[in-house]
Design a protein around this ligand. Structure first.
Ligand SMILES: C[S@@+](CC[C@H](N)C(=O)[O-])C[C@H]1O[C@@H](n2cnc3c(N)ncnc32)[C@H](O)[C@@H]1O
Length: 296
């Protein structure tokens, strides 16, 4: 009889799967998170252990269980107006600054690693109340590697608990309708945002160039090489003068073509080298990415 892998080995296999699919790493010290985050999935599928889960994924590598497992291991923590000071800086400094430098009155925003949508909708609310953007065409593209997070973001429906985490009452009354025990975001905001599943490390679908990019609380769990790669993808899609917003405590990779704003923490400006011409050159030469290898 075949010897079954021990749970530690199964946790390692699952951590490898997460890393291959998303670039995110779970260090040995954080492996305990694997079992905790996968427990609801095990229960839902009548599985008892991580070894059972690994075997089930191996039996059907193209089935939905693999994506569900990856999804469950990702950290989707988000909330409306998370880090309020950053949204205030975007509203009072960044958007007016961009508005004064863009001639064609079109603003393109990319929210990379948008999770379940709160960040993108918060941005949409800020755009709506920014006088300097009145009459502008503003588009927000929002992407996340997780199909489940994107499905929820598209739906734009949130629990009472979600609403109580950072959303001012004035914005709740203006932009949300109660639906049963949940709250539905208004179509006017939903129409401003296009959500898509996309891996930031292979961000071929979010084309750009963008004037404002938010990539907050995503880089944190990338090892150095992936962080560098993600930063290059961001730089490639930033037009010169574009602003990039990172999460508190997150750092850019070396030589990414962004300079830190002296007056605004977590905010960077793209230099000329990361502009659209780079993007076009890269798109023309980029070979298709190989398919992911199976779990085993
Ligand atoms: C902690 S959440 C942050 C959400 C939001 N940016 C915020 O700050 O509230 C991180 C998100 O990054 C996504 N993510 C992780 N790796 C990714 C990748 N390689 N490409 C795109 N999104 C990724 C996760 O699925 C998760 O939804």
């Amino acid at each position: 009889m075949t010897k079954l892998p021990a749970s530690g080995a199964a946790a390692g296999r699952l951590a490898d799967l997460l890393s291959r699919e998303t670039g995110q790493t779970l260090s040995e010290a954080r492996r305990w998170r694997i079992e905790t985050s996968l427990r609801p999935l095990l229960r839902a599928h009548g599985l008892h252990t991580l070894d059972d889960l690994v075997r089930a994924i191996d039996r059907d590598p193209a089935g939905p269980l693999k994506a569900e497992a990856v999804d469950a291991m990702l950290n989707h923590e988000s909330s409306f107006f998370r880090d309020l000071a950053v949204f205030q800086a975007i509203e009072t400094v960044v958007l007016p600054r961009l508005a004064s430098t863009i001639a064609d009155r079109r603003l393109r925003i990319w929210c990379a690693g948008c999770s379940t949508g709160q960040e993108a909708y918060s941005l949409a609310m800020v755009v709506k109340r920014t006088p300097a953007l009145e009459g502008w065409t503003v588009s927000i593209e929002a992407s996340d590697v997780s199909a489940l997070a994107i499905a929820k973001a598209k739906q734009g429906r949130y629990s009472q608990m979600d609403m109580q985490r950072g959303l001012p009452i004035s914005e709740l009354l203006r932009w949300f309708q109660p639906v049963g025990k949940e709250w539905q975001v208004a179509d006017e905001l939903r129409q401003m945002v296009t959500f898509r599943q996309d891996n930031i490390l292979q961000a071929r679908r979010a084309c750009g160039p963008f004037d404002l990019i938010l990539c907050r609380n995503v880089l944190f769990y990338f090892p150095e090489a992936q962080r560098q790669q993600a930063c290059s993808e961001l730089a490639l899609r930033a037009r010169p003068g574009a602003h990039l917003v990172l999460g508190a405590g997150e750092m850019l990779g070396a030589e990414t073509g962004f300079t830190a704003c002296r007056d605004l923490s977590c905010i960077y400006v793209a230099q000329a080298a990361s502009g659209p011409s780079t993007l076009v050159r890269r798109a023309q030469t980029q070979a298709p990415l190989p398919p992911h290898p199976p779990l085993s």
